[in-house]
Design a protein around this ligand. Structure first.
Ligand SMILES: C[S@@+](CC[C@H](N)C(=O)[O-])C[C@H]1O[C@@H](n2cnc3c(N)ncnc32)[C@H](O)[C@@H]1O
Length: 511
């Protein structure tokens, strides 16, 4: 049974009192407690204050015979996903481009789904492209997002409400948020998320992808990028459902292949061998942090088994932190996750610290540049999941001779020779290239951040070129370094005679 309409605004909320004409919020009984807000609540920093010079003013001129003239689709601000600013727009009160500011939401209603918690329904017909609601919550830093994600997990919270605004900031709607926090995921969604700039800040809106009729559940494709941790069964009911949230992401597919019982392709013995210290310099992920990313998936379009309409998926890139972690991987009749089959997982390997640091600083930039291509990736903390592979089970044999691993740095120390000097020279060049890459990133970061709210199409070519150039130099230096390690290692072994094996192999009588 529904309670009467009520406003819930707390003292700590920075948003103004609800504007007249704003939709009321009907909160049904039994809804887990949260604080309803109409604007993002900034934690740890204040919202930007736009200076006069920074306000984007369009060239629209209101024509009473043509309402679209007041900041419709041809408005310069609309075209750049920027809202007009009240008091500055030439169309004044006729301006139609202040939907976030005026909370011009579609009428919606909460309802209880089967197995997916609460969901949001359209109460009126909604047109394709229409703004439905803002995804509001607390705006927090990346660090805070990591901490909260871990803490929610420790508290056993199942539902994930943290999404990314950009590489530095996230929206956490766990404790405070708008009704958008209740919109569920579908593999065949009728809505999508879009980022808009409103009064200088990036905000996230839910928009209709297709015409939606009253009574239909609203859903968008979370496009979770799976970064380890729990596998959560998707219950969207779409005919093209991916079975698990994030199942289409590379991380999930490499780590949690889903297969039928008895499928011999995935026997533990056949898990590929690798030496992570050498192959995977960036692959360590803090286990407790799960980052999910919304990303385009062009899956087959099939019938919608629930009352949702289809269309191709083109939601913008957003990331999701999850606090979900069931005790064991999900098991569905006849289907097992690979994690269940692999008997034990190592907790992580030591990493090349300087490389890792550079990667931390530059991963956000990389992800943005990559996001224009089909195979997007996003990295957090110390590494990318894209290369993460199943780790050794106790039954697997080691690849290295005698179980020893040869780290490039150790090799340089071990060989006090001409060869070692050459290796060190290349190592220095490699470090220099890494430092250059970092300084290029620091230099061009502002240019990227100005544009990150939409896409990287707007980033000046010179910036992109500089970035690509620095990367190529870094890759080249890495290659030269590793090549010199291998070459000099072999040469010194050859010089030492046919019986000589790598230092540390235990076969050298002098050892
Ligand atoms: C942003 S919340 C959505 C609202 C949530 N249903 C509630 O009751 O608060 C996201 C969480 O809802 C659940 N969820 C959303 N879509 C789902 C789906 N298709 N299948 C299973 N669970 C889903 C998952 O637990 C997910 O972490």
């Amino acid at each position: 049974m529904s309670q009467s309409v009520r406003w819930i605004l707390t003292e700590s909320c920075t948003c103004p009192a609800p504007l007249s004409g704003m939709p009321g919020v009907e909160l049904p009984e039994g809804l887990p407690s949260f604080i309803h807000i109409y604007q993002n609540d900034f934690v740890g920093r204040k919202p930007k204050k736009l200076k006069d010079d920074d306000v984007a003013i369009c060239l629209c001129k209101y024509d009473a015979n043509y309402p679209e003239s007041a900041c419709g689709d041809r408005c310069l601000n609309v075209m750049t996903s920027t809202e007009c600013t009240r008091g500055y727009c030439p169309c004044e009160d006729f301006c139609m481009n202040q939907r976030f500011q005026k909370c011009e939401y579609a009428k919606t209603k909460l309802f209880q789904t089967e197995g997916r918690g609460w969901g949001l329904l359209a109460v009126e017909d909604i047109k394709a492209g229409q703004f439905i609601i803002e995804y509001c919550g607390e705006v927090i830093s990346l660090e805070e997002a990591k901490q909260r994600s871990q803490s929610y997990e420790a508290q056993g919270l199942r539902d994930a409400y943290i999404i990314s605004l950009n590489s530095n900031y996230f929206i956490d709607a766990t404790k405070k948020g708008s009704l958008a926090r209740f919109i569920n995921h579908s593999c065949l969604p009728n809505c999508e998320t879009r980022k808009w700039t409103v009064l200088g800040e990036t905000r996230v809106g839910i928009f209709a992808k297709v015409d939606i009729s009253a009574g239909t559940e609203l859903a968008y494709n979370y496009n979770f990028e799976w970064y380890g941790g729990a596998t959560v069964r998707c219950l969207c009911g779409a005919a093209n459902c991916c079975i698990f949230l994030g199942a289409k992401s590379q991380g999930f597919q490499e780590y949690n292949h889903v297969w039928e019982e008895g499928d011999d392709r995935y026997r533990v013995e056949e898990v590929p061998l690798y030496d992570s210290a050498e192959d995977e310099p960036f692959s360590r992920i803090p286990e407790t942090i799960r980052l999910f990313k919304f990303e385009s998936i062009n899956g087959p379009e099939t019938d919608y088994s629930q009352k949702m309409e289809g269309g191709d998926v083109s939601g913008q890139e957003l990331d999701y932190f999850s606090a979900i972690k069931p005790p064991n991987p999900v098991k569905i009749d006849g289907i097992t996750t690979k994690a269940e089959k692999v008997e034990s997982l190592d907790s992580g390997k030591s990493q090349d610290q300087d490389m890792e640091q550079t990667f931390d600083d530059t991963s956000a930039m990389l992800s943005r540049l990559r996001s224009n291509s089909a195979g997007r990736n996003f990295n957090i903390g110390s590494g990318s999941s894209s290369k993460k592979r199943p780790q050794h089970s106790p039954r697997q044999k080691k690849k290295s001779a005698g179980g020893k691993q040869f780290h490039p740095k150790n090799i340089a120390d071990l060989f006090q020779s001409k060869e070692a000097q050459e290796v060190r020279k290349y190592e220095e060049i490699k470090n220099q290239a890494a430092a250059n890459l970092k300084s290029v990133y620091d230099e061009i970061r502002p240019a990227i951040e100005v544009h990150e709210r939409d896409s990287q199409d707007n980033v000046p070519t010179s910036v992109g070129r500089q970035w690509v150039g620095a990367h190529c130099a870094k890759f080249r230096a890495d290659f030269d370094f590793h090549f010199s390690v291998v070459k000099n290692f072999l040469e010194s072994a050859k010089k030492a005679g046919p019986g000589m094996k790598a230092s540390g192999s235990g076969d050298n009588p002098k050892e």
